[in-house]
Write a protein that binds this ligand. Structure first.
Ligand SMILES: Cc1ncc(COP(=O)(O)O)c(C=O)c1O
Length: 469
């Protein structure tokens, strides 16, 4: 079968990967495919360190995804692990007693000081940033969708008979519950009728040049005012992302987010910024709200917050998230001490090493390298900031853009002749390949992998053209 004809239905197998192929086949037998987001490489990972993964066969893959923007500090940083275990009080297991005396791995009907320390540190850290003045309380959760859901629930409780939610079109806030309801657009006929959408300036930030142009706010202002007139006093909150992440990497002009904030202030609406994939240095600063010049009422955090340990949170003003009754925001895993230890270890690392500075240097290299990819003819647009970029593939040689994007992902996984293989996500929004390595990736090594990527794209283009003839 030609490399470009792989069907989504097929069991993914790669040449020369006997152990990985066997593991892929075992997974396919006992797990539904819905569990995974389709990625044509479906890497099997035996271990990870820093910016690299290793397959069971010992093949090294440069991770250009950070495990969906989670390992911002890199995978398994030694000092971070040491700190996490120290917080758990289990850094040196020498006892042969059957149980360790350590913090519990539950927080449901009790409280640990670890949890409170994590809340205090997070609030303190966010309040010290420009635009963080409203950060007062932390509503913990375990996944991004849950943090969004809790932020929305809280906003809906704030005033009686005020239950409508505004969301920006084609955003991604998760798949579950209300997080799913504010994702995408009104095209879904099952859509929760309380959710209304307004445009996000996608065309106006289609690439770096477009984003440099000032944005005409008039159509967006009109849409907002029209909804305010249609639903007087009934809009409880507005939720948006600093940039459309899952929606295809669209980074708006700052004035767009500032307009949304201003509208919320004028109409007493809770302004929720979903930073779940942007937080902890992804867009440059520690939190994206700081360089968009806005002061959200609630900021949703996740992914990089625990550098790999599942934890998320809605952080905000007491007025916005402190309104629910006992139990309304509780569940089994939220505020789990293991998650609290991970958050504390992550905050320690960002305080003590210049991960932000490293990310900014890497950002320059990523921008240069991705713009160079344009000359392969496979890429239509390059968009991004900090260490989160998207390259939109071009339909070419009789193939659709998503087929081209999948072929690129797969070719990068297989690597070049010098063994430079790259781990990527399946395309976003059908045709956008996301580039988001850990902020701590070595610059020289990153450059070598970007050069390899250029070579892979160039030879893929030749191959696509040859197959089309
Ligand atoms: C901005 C944003 N919000 C929410 C989510 C949902 O997070 P989770 O997959 O942990 O539920 C994501 C996941 O990609 C995201 O990017």
């Amino acid at each position: 079968m030609s490399m470009l004809q792989v069907s989504l239905e097929d069991l993914i197998q790669h040449p020369g990967e006997e152990t990985s192929n066997a593991i892929r086949a075992r997974a396919a037998a006992v797990e539904p495919r819905s569990l995974r987001t389709y990625t044509s490489s479906l890497a099997v990972i035996a271990k990870s360190a820093g910016a690299y993964h290793w397959t069971p066969e010992g093949r090294k893959l440069a991770d250009f995804t950070s495990g969906v923007l989670v390992a911002n500090l890199g995978h398994n940083p030694t000092r971070w692990w040491r700190r996490l275990l120290e917080y758990q009080g289990i850094d040196n297991i020498t006892t042969d007693q059957p149980f360790l005396a350590a913090p519990p791995l539950t927080a449901y009907n009790a409280l640990t000081e670890l949890e409170v320390r994590a809340s205090e540190r997070l609030v303190e850290c966010m309040r010290s940033q420009p635009g963080g003045g409203r950060m007062e309380q932390v509503l913990w959760a375990a996944s991004g969708s849950e943090a969004v859901q809790k932020a929305l629930w809280a906003a809906m409780q704030r005033k009686p008979d005020c239950h409508h939610i505004l969301a920006t079109r084609y955003g991604f806030h998760g798949k579950k519950g209300l997080a799913g309801a504010v994702t995408g657009s009104e095209q879904d006929p099952e859509r929760d009728p309380r959710v209304r959408f307004i445009d996000f300036p996608m065309q106006q930030c289609i690439d770096l040049e477009a984003r440099r142009q000032p944005l005409d706010l008039t159509p967006f202002r009109q849409q907002l005012e029209q909804l305010a007139a249609e639903l007087p006093g009934k809009i409880c909150c507005l939720i948006t992302e600093p940039y459309l992440g899952g929606g295809g990497s669209f980074h708006p002009q700052v004035e767009y987010l500032q307009l949304l904030e201003q509208f919320c202030r004028e109409h007493d609406i809770v302004f929720i910024l979903d930073e779940i994939q942007a937080n902890f240095g992804r867009t440059g600063p520690l939190f994206a709200f700081t360089h968009y010049g806005i002061e959200p009422d609630v900021v949703c955090l996740g992914k990089g917050l625990g550098n790999g340990v599942p934890v998320s949170a809605a952080v905000g003003s007491a007025a916005a998230i402190g309104t629910m009754k006992y139990g309304a925001g509780s569940d089994t895993w939220s505020a789990n001490p293991l998650a609290s230890s991970a958050v504390l270890a992550t905050l320690d690392e960002f305080e003590e090493q210049d991960a932000i500075g490293m990310g900014l240097e890497l950002s320059d290299l990523i921008e240069r390298s991705l713009l160079r990819l344009l000359d392969t003819g496979l890429i239509e647009h390059v968009r991004g900031e900090g260490c989160v970029w998207g390259i939109a593939c071009r339909a070419i040689g009789g193939l659709s853009a998503d087929q081209v994007a999948n072929a690129c992902v797969r070719a990068c996984y297989l690597g070049d002749d010098n063994g430079h293989a790259i781990h990527l996500l399946g395309p976003l929004a059908g045709k956008v390949i996301r580039i988001s390595p850990p902020l701590t990736m070595d610059l020289g090594e990153a450059e070598a992998y970007f050069n390899a990527m250029h070579g892979i794209f160039a030879s893929l283009r030749q191959r696509i053209e040859a197959e089309a003839k």
